[in-house]
Design a binder for this molecule. Sequence first.
Ligand SMILES: Nc1ncnc2c1ncn2[C@@H]1O[C@H](COP(=O)(O)OP(=O)(O)OP(=O)(O)O)[C@@H](O)[C@H]1O
Length: 255
Amino acid sequence: MTLSATELCHGYDGDPVFDGVSLSVTPGEVVTIIGPSGVGKSTLLRLLALFDAPDDGTITVDGVDVWAASDQRRLEYRRRIGMVFQEASLFDASVRRNVEYGVRVRQSWADRLRTALSSLSRRGNGDSNVVEALETVGLHERADRDATSLSGGQAQRVAFARALAYEPDVLLLDEPTSDLDPRNTAVIEDAVLAATERDIGVVVATHDMHQAERIGDRVAVLLGNEIIEVGPTEPIFESPSDDRTRKFIDGELIY
Ligand SMILES: Nc1ncnc2c1ncn2[C@@H]1O[C@H](COP(=O)(O)OP(=O)(O)OP(=O)(O)O)[C@@H](O)[C@H]1O
């Protein structure tokens, strides 16, 4: 599915965060959003996740205006979009239960019933999506551990597996590796690439320029209250057309 935001304007309590922002993600591509703290990266992800309606502008799924569609249709779209927040927010249960939870909340009641019936017939061996998602983040051997006993990096990997397990069409990641060591970061980045091989479109908000370079097919530079530049990552990093992009990438732009 192609998720597109066109000319979005949004703010809080009358204070605009951005004005006229457009961004889209197509199946199997990674789009990174870079920009200084507080510029609105999380806000943009929340709008793309269909959590909030934009003050102005449109969000479309395969060309259909989501906020002009029925509540039911919008809910169906929302179920096809996964979001991983900066904080892993796991609950006090096994790693497996935490990942299964993602599958369940995203399903319609009819699908939930089907899953429950099929898991009965498999004697609780666990859903294959859940196992596969845990394998992707390298935690399948810890499936029965209590999620609250995990390190921060492992918890973030479980949160990622949770989003992956229900096979979204689009995955939105908010600073997925901000507090992680290089090994956990590499696991998450590999999992992002694994997601694209399944044709999932991924949008990643990140502070980490190197990460944007490593994993992004395209990069969007959010500065001031607009996207000042968007396009294939390498040319933008090598020779940005906007001088503010160069300064931001080089760390010369102070906010
Ligand atoms: N729920 C909210 N109510 C009021 N203001 C908000 C709310 N959420 C965000 N803001 C404000 O909107 C602006 C953009 O915040 P946002 O979290 O989207 O930025 P960000 O680029 O993701 O920041 P960071 O990189 O630090 O996570 C900030 O000025 C923030 O204070």
